[in-house]
Design a protein around this ligand. Structure first.
Ligand SMILES: Nc1ncnc2c1ncn2[C@@H]1O[C@H](COP(=O)(O)OP(=O)(O)O)[C@@H](O)[C@H]1O
Ligand SMILES: [Mg+2]
Length: 259
């Protein structure tokens, strides 16, 4: 290892090695190419957002990183190749996944959902209770009876219970009312202080608030990477890449959303 590259902090992360490096990643679903030669990296701190219209391969990219779908190419976690590994090994290396559509166990209580997610010897229950006081109150409630926003909180809480190197979070604000979008963003902002996040998100106000960097995908390929600010300040580019008018409203609640 190169000198200076192995400086580690409390979590074992290194400050200057990207937590995730993806190079030439391709993936297929049912014989169809859904991710094509995707290359990007995620720094060891902060939020990196993945943007793109519906159906361009954002979810598939996360699934390919995790080995949930057939893939080719290089995936490095904190410098180590993991693309030959099975999903369970990658997860145990410290990758938390918050899937699109939340995927909570509807028939189980909130407490049961959380208990099932505990992987570490010392799960971070206090952190989760602090971030999501509502869930503490609803511990005995069946997750299927929660609102969409509350289910999203359960899904995030499940990932945050364990000490991860990286969180992959897929469209956490999709379909939520504006106030709840704010609450989910608050929780993500808090979480991002302790763990780097690769966030698939289409709400540009959420991107503006949370993300330092963006990776834009179109038709399975990366078509833009760079600072979030730079892209959001260029409405023509946003229109071109995402097909939305990027009048990010700094005052109101109506955000530009790429759909
Ligand atoms: N289970 C599946 N079976 C067949 N095609 C799929 C499946 N999941 C996704 N796809 C296709 O893969 C492409 C990328 O999908 P996805 O990664 O979910 O896009 P995004 O997350 O950007 O909306 C789309 O064309 C979608 O129709
Ligand atoms: Mg998706």
């Amino acid at each position: 290892m190169i000198a200076g590259r192995n400086r580690t902090d409390r979590t074992g992360a290194t400050a200057d090695v990207p937590v995730l490096e993806v190079r030439g990643l391709s993936a297929r679903i049912a014989g169809q190419q859904v991710v094509e030669d995707v290359t990007f990296s995620v720094p060891a701190t902060g939020v990196t957002a993945v943007l793109g219209r519906n159906g361009v391969g954002k979810t598939s990219t996360l699934k390919a990183v995790l080995g949930l779908i057939e893939r080719r190419g290089e995936v490095r976690l904190a410098g180590e190749r993991v693309d030959g590994e099975r999903t369970d090994r990658i997860v145990r290396r410290g990758v938390g996944y918050v899937p699109e559509d939340r995927e909570v166990f509807a028939g189980l209580t909130v407490a049961e959902n959380l208990r099932l997610a505990e992987r570490d010897a010392h799960p971070r229950r206090e952190l989760v209770a602090e971030l999501f006081p509502d869930l503490v109150q609803r511990a005995a409630q069946r997750a299927g009876t929660l609102s969409g926003g509350q289910q999203q909180m359960v899904s995030l809480a499940r990932a945050l219970l364990n000490t991860n190197r990286l969180l992959l979070v897929d469209e956490p604000t999709k379909g939520l009312a504006p106030r709840i979008v704010g609450e989910v963003s608050d929780a993500l902002a808090e979480a991002a202080r302790t763990v780097p996040i690769l966030l698939v998100e289409q709400n540009l106000e959420v991107i503006e608030r949370l993300a330092e960097r963006v990776v834009v995908i179109d038709a399975g390929r990366v078509v833009h990477t760079g600072p979030a600010r730079e892209l959001l300040d260029d409405p023509d580019r946003v229109q071109q890449l995402l097909g939305v008018h990027a009048e990010v409203d700094h005052h109101g609640t109506e955000g530009a959303v790429a759909r």
